[in-house]
Structures are given as C-alpha cells and as structure tokens.
Write a protein that binds this ligand. Structure first.
Ligand SMILES: [Cu+2]
Length: 68
C-alpha cells in the first residue's frame, strides 16, 4: 500500500474538498483520499495509481495539482 501526498491549489471550501475527494477517489486502486483544505495537501492511499491519473482527476474537478 502506497501513501502519496500532493499539493492542490484553488480549493476554498468544503465543496471543493468533496469535489477533489470524489474525483480522486474514483481512480482505480485508490483506497482513501484525505484532503486538508488549509494547506491544500491531498494524501492518497492505495496501490497501482499514478501521478498522471491524480493530476487528471484534480483537473477534472477544476483544480490544479502543483508539480512536486
Ligand atoms: Cu469550494
């Protein structure tokens, strides 16, 4: 099981958090998504997902993944 941390910009409220959690949570292999609104930190737990898939899901939700 891998735990990856990403930074997402543009989230301002609980609705943003649930949009990002929903899109990222749909990716195959993702078991859990934890979003910290204050820091923009998104922690993803699971197996077999890639950074590009996370980026795509964050884009689809309307936010931006900051390059690590
Ligand atoms: Cu919002």
């Amino acid at each position: 099981m891998a735990v990856m941390t990403y930074t997402v910009t543009g989230m301002t409220c609980g609705h943003c958090v649930s949009s990002v959690s929903g899109e990222v949570g749909r990716i195959d292999g993702v078991e859990a998504v934890d979003v910290d609104l204050a820091s923009g930190r998104v922690t993803v737990t699971g197996d077999g997902f890639g950074d590009d898939e996370i980026r795509g899901a964050v884009d689809a939700a309307g936010y931006t993944l900051v390059d690590v």
